[in-house]
Design a protein around this ligand. Structure first.
Ligand SMILES: Cc1cc2nc3c(=O)[nH]c(=O)nc-3n(C[C@H](O)[C@H](O)[C@H](O)COP(=O)(O)OP(=O)(O)OC[C@H]3O[C@@H](n4cnc5c(N)ncnc54)[C@H](O)[C@@H]3O)c2cc1C
Length: 359
């Protein structure tokens, strides 16, 4: 008999894990409350192998990029929809220091694959950029809502999707066969759940706009602190803000006004607002995912903590986790949720404050 797996949450994490487990013959069921608290449905969907703050390669970038490219292309073919858009990212330098740093580091072995000093005349004309720009290769964006809707239809066709909210404690009391697995992929909501509330998922609110910029014809993404992503027909995703532990989940008009006036400092054509969304990223203090089995409740697992990099992290770790559950791999210690179980002396509050200092 194949092993039964209940997945709670049909965000990017739960959906991609489900696909990996189905491929390995697991008997999968997926439950979602209709994306009531979804981060995935709000996200701009960008990936970028470079961290601009310290101008360095992101954690595990080269392995993550390979897994993401293979997985998204395979799933595009399987579902028959186009949602994967590898495109270059143009970074507008904020000052001379940043421009010099780029020039120096673009020859470092770890960054030379991604940083180019290519100059694009279109960008020189379209944006105010006294310090110039550099181009990042290996970047792109994913149309996550299109992808997740396609996956939900696929799960419905297979008869393995249920639209309902799952209460963890209730689930525990139901007759859970010893061989069954329940995997919580509930994003930032893990913070409110009884079972894994010791795992430090820290909600980080973000707001994203969709804007029309009728005179701007670019096919690369632009980062100038905030980013704009061309999604077709002179329409752009524009974001995103960061606010830790913000209780108000709604988009704020003042935020949109502030963001658009920031854009007007570097771009002088017409910009009009089409849509404005807010959501919370499931971040962690060490910026690494939270994967593993509950130390006191066998069969109860978590797959979470993908922060602001779900698009790049999830394909690799969904594959890795599925290999672990198939008995073919050991869980990477770096992502094992139990790294926090042993730190119960350290309060959630102090973890949050060390995270704040870090950012
Ligand atoms: C403004 C913003 C911009 C972002 N931009 C990017 C970006 O450009 N690139 C990038 O890589 N990442 C980005 N992210 C982060 C990205 O969204 C996350 O890393 C990723 O989507 C997390 O996926 P998830 O499946 O873990 O969580 P979620 O997408 O939150 O999915 C969890 C699902 O579980 C459901 N659920 C929760 N509790 C229950 C329950 N008890 N029963 C049933 N269902 C339940 C929820 O409704 C939801 O559908 C952004 C996030 C935000 C908020």
């Amino acid at each position: 008999m194949s092993r039964k797996v209940n997945i709670v949450g049909q965000g990017l994490a739960g959906s991609m894990l489900a696909m990996e487990l189905l491929q390995r013959g697991f008997d999968v069921n997926i439950y979602d409350d209709g994306h009531l608290s979804s981060s995935s449905m709000v996200a701009a969907g960008m990936w970028n192998p470079v961290t601009f703050k310290k101008l360095s390669e992101s954690w595990m970038a080269s392995q993550l990029l390979i897994a993401a490219d293979q997985t998204y292309r395979r799933l595009e073919n399987k579902l028959g929809i186009a949602f994967y858009h590898p495109v270059e990212l143009v970074r507008l330098f904020q000052n001379n220091l940043a421009a010099n740093d780029w020039e120096e580091k673009s020859v470092h072995p770890e960054l030379s694959a991604y940083l180019s000093d290519l100059r694009d005349e279109t960008f020189a004309k379209e944006f105010d950029q006294p310090f110039g720009h550099g181009v990042v290769t290996g970047a792109g964006w994913l149309d996550i809502p299109k992808f997740l809707n396609g996956l939900r239809d696929h799960f419905l066709d297979l008869g393995i999707y249920q639209l309902r909210s799952i209460d963890e404690m209730q689930e525990l009391q139901q007759n859970h066969r010893e061989s069954d697995l329940t995997i919580f992929c509930t994003g930032w909501r893990a913070v409110n759940s009884g079972l894994f509330n010791w795992a430090p998922v820290i909600p980080n609110k973000g707001e994203v706009l969709t804007v029309d910029i009728p005179e701007l014809s670019i096919n690369r993404m632009v980062n100038f602190g905030n980013f704009i992503v061309p999604i077709g027909e002179n329409r752009f995703r524009f974001g995103a803000t960061y606010k830790l532990n913000e209780p108000d989940p709604n988009p704020q008009t003042e935020t949109a006004i502030e963001m658009i006036s920031g854009l007007r400092e570097i771009y002088h054509g017409d910009v009009s607002l089409v849509d404005h969304k807010a959501g919370s990223r499931p971040t962690t203090p060490d910026r690494k995912p939270l994967v593993g089995e509950h130390p006191e409740h066998p069969g109860m697992w978590i797959f979470n903590g993908f922060g602001s990099k779900g698009v790049l992290l999830i394909p690799y770790f969904a594959n890795h986790f599925a290999e672990v559950l198939s008995g073919n791999a050991e869980l990477m210690p770096d992502v094992n949720v139990n790294r926090y179980w042993n730190r119960t002396v350290q309060s959630h509050a102090s973890l949050v404050s060390s995270f704040r200092e870090d950012h």
